[in-house]
Design a protein around this ligand. Structure first.
Ligand SMILES: Nc1ncnc2c1ncn2[C@@H]1O[C@H](COP(=O)(O)OP(=O)(O)O)[C@@H](O)[C@H]1O
Ligand SMILES: [Mg+2]
Length: 267
């Protein structure tokens, strides 16, 4: 393997491209790549863009792999860091793919919280998830891509952050998606820092989940969002504000139990 990135001390796995066409069960797939269950212990994260990008953006791809390598040293029980590097091989070439992660059975994503039966549990998880975001910041990670399918709930009910390989970390910027810090700017009309942006993204997710509106319209509840933003991060004031929102007639069926929960948290 000629690329410098393979000169690494962390575990590296090279897979055959053809094997991705059916050998490994698909866990998740997006437009950029997929996640496959490799052997029950490890999962593979591929990134199709790399196959075309590495020749044009060699430095940035290398940068990403250096970052992934650094991230494997990080530890936090609520964040699933990469554990190795993934490469590919086919009959024409070898190259970079993305990272190896530990496979974890039974993860459910935050989308699950929008189910009516889970309404009462929502607040618990939204508050726990907020702490997970802070923990990511504490280890030097800026997430940039907070959404329902990157925040998980494990079998014990802990909130877990996945999909961190494209986060900014330490001196490493958002390598391939520099636009990931723009949400704050769009909402406020001025630049914020990356942490503000994450908190913004988390808040918008909270609102989508609470109101079961996958495409949350900023304008529609602009005043409510403004109030939320002014009280970031999610804390006592936010919970009180959520209480206010939930007293809205349309949420009536859920108000009682949720208010009770919120009061418990505010004690
Ligand atoms: N460590 C893991 N174990 C099991 N499933 C996972 C794990 N990490 C992610 N997943 C599942 O795979 C999906 C895609 O993973 P993710 O890292 O978010 O990739 P993508 O970059 O394609 O969004 C997630 O939404 C989640 O459902
Ligand atoms: Mg994802």
């Amino acid at each position: 393997m000629s690329r410098s990135i393979y000169d690494t001390t962390i575990p590296t796995l090279i897979v055959s491209r053809h094997d991705l066409g059916g050998k490994y069960p698909v866990i998740g797939s997006g437009c950029e790549g997929g996640v496959y269950n490799y052997n029950g212990k490890y999962a593979l994260k591929t990134f199709e863009l790399f196959r075309s990008m590495e020749y044009f953006y060699g430095d940035r791809v290398d940068l990403k792999f250096r970052k992934v390598e650094e991230m494997t040293k990080l530890k936090d029980p609520s964040i699933r860091f990469p554990v190795g590097i993934l490469g590919y091989r086919d009959e024409f070439m070898e190259g970079c793919y993305s990272d190896l992660i530990e496979y974890e059975a039974g993860l459910k994503d935050f989308d699950d919280l929008t189910l009516p039966s889970n309404k009462v549990r929502q607040i618990d998880y939204l508050i726990k998830g907020d702490r997970t975001v802070k923990r990511a910041h504490d280890v030097g990670l800026i997430i940039g891509d907070i959404k329902e399918d990157n925040m998980m709930i494990d079998k014990e009910g802990n909130t877990i952050l996945v999909d961190v390989d494209n986060c900014a970390y330490g001196d490493y910027p958002f390598d391939l998606f520099p636009d990931r810090a723009e949400c704050y700017e769009q909402m406020h009309g001025k630049k914020g820092n990356y942490k503000d942006n994450d908190i913004m993204l988390y808040t918008l997710m909270v609102l989508r989940i609470l109101f079961n509106q996958p495409e949350f319209k900023f304008g529609k509840r602009k005043s409510e969002i403004d109030i939320l933003i002014n009280h970031l991060p999610i804390n006592k004031e936010i919970k009180e504000y959520i209480e206010l929102l939930l007293s809205d007639a349309q949420n009536k069926p859920y108000v009682g139990p949720l208010l009770q929960k919120i009061r418990e948290y505010n004690k």
